[in-house]
Design a protein around this ligand. Structure first.
Ligand code: SF4
Ligand code: SF4
Length: 343
């Protein structure tokens, strides 16, 4: 059996349900990244998602894949806040990617849904890019579900990129359906829930019933890529065994865990709640060394400054007692750092 192909809504883009997320290749040197990208292409991946904000990711994609440009789809993103910057950013992206067009140009991590006539000129500029042939389709990426829902309902976007994995809730599942109803493609980011999920077969199989969803797996190492490529010829099926494993994993997490969605943010004290409130899990489910470095020690220490304003708690869709969860995670973190607890 072969990996299923998906049509990304009205874009007409047809690609295996197994896309490449080019954020982590920022951390590779050029030749390592190029070898990974090339292997991804040769292994059958055709959908590559990058962003202007991912430092040299676009350059690496351009370097590795410009000679096969017509056989792949490239989605990139802009975080520009005005039209002048957006023009410059698209120029830079096209230059880096060594191409004259991007297949999907997305407003990156949109806080607002740009619309024609909203006074910003941002959406009109996207349409202008499209008329000029530099952009084939207009997309949007969001982290807040309200923004995502508004974008879908606006009818102005052909794709939505949003976090989606088997740890997602009913509202996210409904969002994929809402996209399908609007003939929109759904690009699923964080299919491993930012490291909470460590079984690629379960993560992959979960996506398969969603006909308009293309997951973009973030890949930094060849070994990770090989796992995803093994799904091209042997796609894990969402059979009873995998369904049970998913249910067991959700139960093991017990419902009372932070999904890392970030709906509760920003915190007035600058606490990075979406990572700090699930640190105990990250330490145990993902390689722990990174989470114990100086940067994260400082981020965790900020929990001491929590003023208990309750803003996060009132916004958490999972009704978590976020300040308490942060404190619990901090206590555990200190014990792990001190070597009192092994992970
Ligand atoms: S309760 Fe604490 S963690 Fe939550 S938003 Fe307020 S200061 Fe930040
Ligand atoms: S505390 Fe709730 S809202 Fe905040 S990141 Fe975790 S799950 Fe999301």
């Amino acid at each position: 059996m072969k990996c299923k192909t998906v049509t990304l809504g009205s874009t007409g883009i047809v690609t295996p349900q197994n896309g490449f997320g080019a954020l982590p290749i920022q951390r590779d040197d050029l030749e390592t990244a190029a070898a990974i990208l090339r292997r991804a292409y040769e292994g059958g991946m055709t959908f590559f998602d990058t962003a202007r904000a991912y430092s040299d990711s676009e350059e690496k994609v351009g370097y590795a894949l410009s000679d096969v440009r017509d056989s792949i789809f490239i989605a990139t993103k802009t975080m520009a806040k005005n039209t002048e910057d957006m023009k410059k950013q698209l120029d830079t992206s096209l230059h880096n990617l060594k191409t004259d067009h991007v297949d999907i140009y997305q407003f990156h991590c949109a806080g607002t849904v740009y619309k024609p006539g909203d006074g910003t000129g941002m959406y009109e500029l996207m349409e202008d890019f499209k008329r000029q042939g530099m952009v084939r389709h207009i997309g949007i990426t969001a982290h807040k579900i309200g923004v995502a829902e508004e974008a879908v309902d606006s009818g102005l976007y052909e794709t939505l990129q949003f976090p989606f994995s088997y740890l997602s809730g009913e509202r996210e599942i409904a969002l994929t359906k809402r996209c399908a109803e609007h003939n929109m493609g759904f690009i699923a980011m964080k299919g491993l829930a930012g490291g909470l999920i460590n079984n690629y077969k379960m993560a992959f199989a979960f996506m398969t019933p969603y006909d308009n969803v293309v997951p973009i797996w973030g890949v930094q190492r060849m070994s990770e890529l090989e796992e995803w490529l093994s799904c091209m010829d042997n796609p894990p099926e969402l059979d009873d065994e995998i369904r049970k494993m998913i249910e067991d994993d959700k139960k093991a997490l017990d419902g009372e865990f932070c999904r890392g969605c970030g709906y509760c943010m920003p915190c007035p004290m600058g606490i990075e709640i979406n990572n700090c409130a699930r640190m105990s899990l990250m330490l145990r489910r993902a390689p722990s060394a990174n989470w114990l470095n100086e940067h994260w020690q400082e981020e965790m220490k900020k929990i001491e400054t929590c003023i208990e304003c309750g803003a996060c708690r009132s916004k958490c869709p999972y009704e978590l007692n976020t300040p308490e969860l942060l404190k619990k995670n901090y206590e555990d973190y200190k014990r792990v750092l001190a070597g009192e607890v092994e992970v």
